[in-house]
Design a protein. Structure first.
Length: 271
């Protein structure tokens, strides 16, 4: 499968929380601590007047090979580790964070206090992991921290329910404390759950807000993008710093998201 299908033509727009209409394929923790086809043109009325109609977007479709679908925690772990995005998926200036992998079995929860707490892996989840990467401060720019989470559920319905819960969290807590001295403000969420307009996954959620680190003056980009393919959800987050633009960080999020979705298709698709 061609890498990203030009970021599936719309990946960057999706990560920026933009409307995807008019896009088409071009070819044939820790924000939330440790969370873990081408369109055709209308024929011309005459040979001398070619149509200028925009390509029609096609909804995302992918059918996993039932024999390759994970059914045990061991199967799910192999898939999650094969799919999870490392620093190379974000861009050339990213390196592994320390620690790089989340603690096995960890699952953060957001109570009514809107302060993230450590929880236990739900019974509906076979395996979940989060990778931590960062762009170190350099050249007068501050540090950027990013995460990529892969969660393998027992069923697609379980994964769908996680998507709904994630959407609810932002609505319930537009301000969230990640850990002491780090928080998010003004969080807004957009969800396309079961929408035929989804172009790069079955469901998707995009959250944007402002990241505040008490050790750094100012407020900076915060983004969370989550997508579902069957029983697997993938999520990326980015916490910005001085000197980094929202567009650059949104593009990096799109690259990491598309990388993981392509890997899911490669791992679970028919051989």
């Amino acid at each position: 499968m061609a890498y990203g299908r030009s970021l599936r033509a719309c990946g960057a727009a999706l990560a920026a929380g933009l409307v995807l209409a008019g896009c088409s394929g071009g070819g044939g923790g820790d924000g939330k601590p440790d969370r873990g086809a081408s369109g055709g043109t209308t024929p011309s009325a005459s040979a001398s007047a070619p149509s200028t109609a925009a390509p029609t977007p096609t909804a995302y479709t992918f059918s996993p090979d039932p024999a390759r679908v994970p059914k045990t925690p061991a199967d799910a772990k192999r898939l999650a580790l094969a799919v999870a995005a490392g620093p190379d998926a974000w861009g050339p200036d990213y390196v592994e964070g320390k620690p790089y992998l989340s603690t096995e079995g960890s699952w953060p929860v957001l109570p009514d206090t809107c302060v993230w707490e450590a929880g236990t892996l739900p019974a509906t989840v076979l395996y979940s992991t989060t990778t931590h990467s960062e762009m170190p401060a350099a050249g007068g720019k501050g540090r950027v921290r990013v995460t990529a989470t892969v969660t393998v559920h027992r069923t697609a319905d379980d994964a769908d329910w996680e998507m709904a819960q994630t959407l609810e969290e932002a609505l319930r807590c537009p301000g969230q404390t990640l850990r002491e001295g780090e928080r998010i403000s003004g969080l807004m969420s957009i969800g396309d759950l079961g929408d035929a307009g989804n172009l790069f996954s079955e469901d998707s959620i995009n959250e944007r807000g402002k990241f505040i680190d008490d050790t750094v003056k100012g407020q900076y980009f915060y983004g969370w993008t989550q997508a579902r393919v069957g029983q697997v959800t993938v999520a990326v987050s980015a916490r910005g710093g001085p000197g980094h633009t929202d567009d650059d960080l949104s593009t990096s999020m799109a690259k990491a998201s598309v990388t993981m979705i392509n890997r899911i298709e490669s791992q679970l698709g028919a051989k």
